[in-house]
Design a protein around this ligand. Structure first.
Ligand SMILES: [Fe+2]
Ligand SMILES: [Fe+2]
Length: 232
């Protein structure tokens, strides 16, 4: 009984203390909120606003750099396969696109470096199938970049006010649009793409890819270098 008494006493005491604590807490006035001074608030807000979009753009540039690096390697493999299968003109197209992706890769790298970061890529071993399947895969990749990835990256770079990123993403979008169109044309007329009949032209500044020499000559020429390269 004594133990029971003490236990009951203890229980009552604990409950009482708990209730007091709870009641006490509920009655406590909220601690004073420390309001930032207007100056501090402005500084914090502007830093947050300025830092996040740039960080996001840098992340996008790294993703695009990695994508272009892999596309460059993959298209070179696809061109070899196309040559093996007797699709000489398709092989030229893959070589031209590979060169364009290389230009995009290097353009993205320049912007990444200008932001004080190091370009990072992870090159996967390309999976090479038949030329028809390789074209299908290439169309999917180019379409995704044209319709989804680069438009999102461009919009984000505009929010960040990063004109160099907007420029390099825009160059890439235009070229990926051309690649998707050429790949679709090749896939739909594969037998007509066996004989190598015409070269492709790739703009050194933007990766613009065309079979029209006059159109290629209109590409930007920031370094006074050759306007375009002929890819055979
Ligand atoms: Fe590209
Ligand atoms: Fe492309």
């Amino acid at each position: 009984m004594i133990f029971r008494y003490f236990n009951r006493q203890s229980f009552v005491a604990v409950v009482a203390v708990s209730l007091v604590s709870l009641f006490g807490c509920s009655q406590q006035q909220p601690s004073a909120t420390i309001e930032p001074s207007p100056d501090t608030a402005t500084t914090v807000a502007s830093e947050t606003k300025a830092a996040d979009p740039q960080a996001e753009t840098l992340k996008n540039l790294q993703a695009a750099y990695n994508g272009e690096s892999n596309a460059h390697v993959m298209y070179l493999e696809f061109s070899e396969k196309a040559d093996e299968e007797g699709y000489a003109e398709v092989a030229r197209l893959f070589r031209a696109a590979a060169r364009a992706e290389e230009i995009h890769r290097d353009n993205h790298a320049k912007v990444i470096k200008s932001m004080g970061a190091t370009p990072e890529n992870d090159i996967a071993t390309p999976q090479v199938s038949s030329t028809a399947e390789n074209l299908e895969k290439a169309i999917k990749g180019e379409s995704y970049e044209r319709d989804t990835m680069y438009p999102k990256f461009i919009s984000q770079a505009k929010t960040a006010g990063n004109e160099a990123a907007v420029q390099t993403f825009t160059y890439a979008t235009e070229a990926e649009t051309q690649h998707a169109a050429f790949y679709t044309q090749a896939l739909n007329n594969l037998n007509e793409w066996k004989e190598a009949t015409q070269p492709f032209y790739v703009c050194e500044a933007s990766g613009h890819t065309t079979i029209n020499a006059e159109e290629a000559a209109a590409c930007p020429q920031p370094n006074g270098s050759e306007k375009f390269e002929e890819v055979l």
